[in-house]
Write a protein that binds this ligand. Structure first.
Ligand SMILES: C[S@@+](CC[C@H](N)C(=O)[O-])C[C@H]1O[C@@H](n2cnc3c(N)ncnc32)[C@H](O)[C@@H]1O
Length: 100
């Protein structure tokens, strides 16, 4: 389970890795889709790109789902709070941190 999938770029990478592995791995990309706040984005151009991508897709969730459409067999997008969504997970969960 990925927490905070945002536009889905890390999830897309992971889904391709899962596809290439040939293993049956369940992968949930989770986000409550509240997005990010202006004060957490120091660069103006970065904030402008974020706003534009949101406007083009209609919402952060729509953008994420559209970006992951081509790998939908390997990742399930789940909208909701990470704590709520994690209660349905089994005990056998791989934890992975993708460095930026
Ligand atoms: C900074 S972005 C993550 C960036 C992403 N990991 C990447 O590499 O592009 C943080 C994301 O976490 C989501 N988020 C924040 N609190 C959350 C929560 N409690 N449950 C699920 N998602 C949450 C926000 O909606 C936002 O999309």
């Amino acid at each position: 389970m990925e927490v905070g999938s945002f536009f889905g770029s890390s999830a897309a990478f992971m889904a391709v890795e899962i596809a290439n592995s040939g293993k049956a791995i369940r992968f949930d990309a989770c986000d409550n889709f509240t997005g990010i706040k202006r004060e957490n984005v120091p660069k103006d151009d970065e904030w402008a790109r974020y706003q534009q991508a949101m406007a083009e897709a209609g919402s952060l969730e729509a953008a994420c789902r559209a970006n992951l459409a081509r790998v939908q067999d390997y990742v399930t997008v789940r909208a909701g709070d990470s704590l709520d969504l994690s209660t349905n997970l089994s005990r056998r969960v791989a934890r992975l941190r993708v460095p930026r």
